[in-house]
Design a protein around this ligand. Structure first.
Ligand code: GAR
Length: 202
């Protein structure tokens, strides 16, 4: 069966990567195959998750010269069809997005257009939501374009904010109720489209 070859870019704990691996394992993510993990720094937990799942993993340091050229070379070498940013904290340039040419998805831990854009990542997003006093937050999966968190939305899910929430408690609830559900669903939607396109060209 034809599948879309997926590269997952990570910077940290990799729980969203794990959700993708698990849904591939149980057949929910069936049109896509995680063929490569790229970590932008050594030693992050996401790397051991990729290793445990037997997925090739490359560490390409974001702070080094030539980061984007190396990423593009790895994507080409592994014949990647689509990229998923799963807790990847860098911002990809329009040049990389254009040269890759395929879809790039990102998971953001808020309901875009709230609490998003440059500087909004990780716990900071949840801190800002709590400081503002909103009663509902959530997660968004969207296509990546040259504007941080600015691409077309694919899926969103709302999550309640509860009295006594800290950024850590809220982050965990948003991950459990929204991120780990939405990201594999969105990956399947986009992978299925790629498979359809491949079949049409046969
Ligand atoms: C996730 O909450 C993800 O949504 C967020 O970083 C966390 C990474 O966790 N991403 C951003 O804030 C991007 N702007 P993980 O490494 O365990 O998947």
């Amino acid at each position: 069966m034809l599948t879309a070859r997926i590269a997952v870019l990570v910077s940290g704990g990799g729980t969203n990567l794990q959700a993708l691996i698990d849904r591939q394992g149980d057949g929910t993510l069936k049109s896509g195959q995680i063929a490569l993990v790229i970590a932008d720094k050594a030693g992050v937990k996401a790397i051991s998750r990729a290793d445990a799942a037997g997925i090739p993993c490359e560490v390409i340091a974001r702070k080094e010269d030539g980061f984007e050229e190396k990423v593009l070379a790895a994507l080409a070498a592994h014949k990647i069809d689509m990229v998923v940013l799963a807790g990847f904290l860098g911002i990809l340039s329009g040049d990389l997005i254009g040269k890759f040419g395929g879809p790039i998805l990102n998971i953001h831990p808020a309901l875009i257009p709230a609490f998003c854009g440059k500087g909004f990542y990780g716990l900071r997003v949840h801190q800002e939501a709590l400081d503002y006093g909103v009663k509902v937050t959530g997660a968004t999966v969207h296509y990546v374009n040259e504007i941080p968190d600015g691409g077309k939305i694919i899926l969103q899910k709302a999550v309640d904010i509860l009295p006594g929430d800290t950024p850590e408690i809220l982050q965990r609830r948003v991950m459990e109720q929204a991120e780990w559900v939405l990201l594999p669903q969105a990956a399947e939607i986009v992978a299925a489209q790629i498979v359809q396109e491949k079949e049409n060209t046969l």
